[in-house]
Design a protein around this ligand. Sequence first.
Ligand SMILES: [Zn+2]
Length: 277
Amino acid sequence: MPELPEVETVVRDLRPALLGRTVLDVQYSRKKLRHPWQPRWNAQIRGLHITDLRRRGKWILVDCAGPTPSADPPLVRVHLGMTGQFTVATPHTPRPDHVHVIFQLDHGDELRFRDPRRFGGVTFFAHRSEVEAAMNAELGPEPLEIPVEYFRHSLRTSRRNLKAILLDQKTLAGVGNIYADEACFRARLHPGRRGHSLTPQECDRLRQAIETVIRRAIASRGSTIRDYIGGSGLRGQFQNELAVYGRTGEPCRVCQTPIACQRLAGRSSHFCPNCQR
Ligand SMILES: [Zn+2]
């Protein structure tokens, strides 16, 4: 499932290809997505210019502008779900299967949303304010900008385990299973530890570990575990650097103890039983 580094890679890849482009038309399949395109949006998106591409948590935000300037312009929001791919292609590039939404751009290019498992989707908002307030209410700070005291407080007042806290998008936006496991390893903290058992120093160690893991993963274009590709169609490389995620039974890269796997917060959680306490 794409997490922050993967979504950020898509945004960085697509931004130069999309800024200033015009959406001429839209096509979509009848297959049901979790966030399906609605026919009533067709007329609204035609003729809009793309002014920016951003990420918030695991959401991709495409800022648009109509012919007349607006203080509250339209916005397209994309979620990659489990297997979503958002890419620009020339019309000569064969269309793969499972492409569910296609924006026809000027100069003939196509912005394609492909999603074999259909847990993602593309949503249009006539005004960005319709979605931004709701999103900010549901999403905590970005992992590269975690306020120190906020994070200490969030952990030390919680009876939940670290895995559950890190996966909670309200605490932190964009961290999922892979990077939660990797951050706990790097911080030498067991993912089953209760938040309130952490010292302030341990909280800081975890915060710095999250930042480092996310930064390195972005630099490697994210992790390609199954279908994920960036906006330019390239796969990620961070899967080769993973210390614990998906390495059950393999030797810890630090102490050679076999990596363990345990179900926490409903998810498979990978850790070194020796390094992480
Ligand atoms: Zn170890």
